[in-house]
Ligand binder design. Structure first.
Ligand code: KIV
Length: 272
């Protein structure tokens, strides 16, 4: 392993310090783009919706995570790479979770796995942690449970706050090195951040979290099927791509492309 690669203990040690910068990546070129700026790069199961056009993360398989994890690995030299355990690959038992996590770590060289769930997953997190698998937990809105939630709803309002707090404490006590808080209300995410000894990473949560994570295609304006309120767009690459492809079509139809510089004559030129 490259000596400069960030590790789970490095991320854990950033509690209360400079905010952790985290993004998803699913391919080598995007991993290369985000690596210099990120502390954590997540190969999220959002890959199913963002790159494969699936309706949710539920149908994502372990094979898909391995393939995208291997691609991302080739593009990283500094950030900690975390790979999501997909739905169905870990919930049955700690042993099942270990088998899936061992495959992800072994075949992708990720530094850690992420799994969704709080109190219900605490024993599994403990089991993995004791066997050399660093775990990032994910609580609040857990998209793999979208069918149970009945949609991508804000978590932690009213009586629900106690449950989210219990989840946060449970994953921290079980040994998770960080926890993602998704769509948890701001006052609650702020309180949990103050209470826990491990970093919280917010997505639609609070600026008080120890770090933030977004889906890179949302940040770049490439995923436009829908736009969650929490996803700030920093570029409009989708619109730029549309204009570029339309210009290519116009050039082809008008025989402006290929130009002289793109074709090959009989006499060799200096540049191939
Ligand atoms: O799959 C994903 O992209 C996630 C988020 C936390 C960004 O889990």
């Amino acid at each position: 392993m490259n000596a400069a690669v960030l590790t789970p203990p490095d991320i854990r040690a950033r509690k209360g310090g400079e905010p952790l910068v985290c993004l998803t990546a699913y391919t080598t070129p995007v991993a290369k783009l985000v690596d210099p700026y990120c502390d954590v790069v997540l190969v999220g199961d959002s890959v199913g919706m963002v790159l494969h056009g699936l309706p949710s993360t539920v149908p994502v398989s372990l094979d898909m995570m391995v393939l995208h994890g291997q691609a991302v690995r080739r593009g990283l030299s500094r950030a900690l790479m975390v790979v999501d355990l997909p739905f169905g690959s870990y919930e049955e038992s700690p042993a099942q979770a270990f088998r899936s996590a061992a495959r992800l770590l072994g075949e992708t060289e990720a530094g850690a796995v992420k799994l969704e769930g709080g109190v219900a997953m605490a024993d599994t997190i403990r089991f993995l942690n004791l066997r050399g698998v660093p775990v990032m937990a994910h609580i609040g809105l857990t998209p793999q449970a979208v069918n149970q939630f009945g949609g991508y709803k804000v978590q932690g309002r009213g009586d629900q706050a106690t449950l989210v707090r219990q989840d946060a404490v449970a994953v921290a006590e079980a040994g998770a090195f960080a926890v993602v808080l998704e769509k948890v209300t701001d006052p609650l995410a702020r309180d949990i951040t103050a209470d826990l000894k491990i970093p919280t990473i917010g997505i639609g949560a609070s600026p008080a979290c120890d770090g933030q994570i977004l889906v890179v295609d949302d940040v770049l304006g490439l995923f436009t099927d829908f736009k969650p309120r929490f996803a700030k767009r920093y570029a409009e690459l989708g619109r730029m791509a549309d204009a570029a492809i339309a210009a290519y079509r116009d050039d082809v139809r008008a025989r402006r492309f290929p130009g002289e510089e793109h074709v090959f004559g009989d006499a060799p030129r200096t540049k191939a």
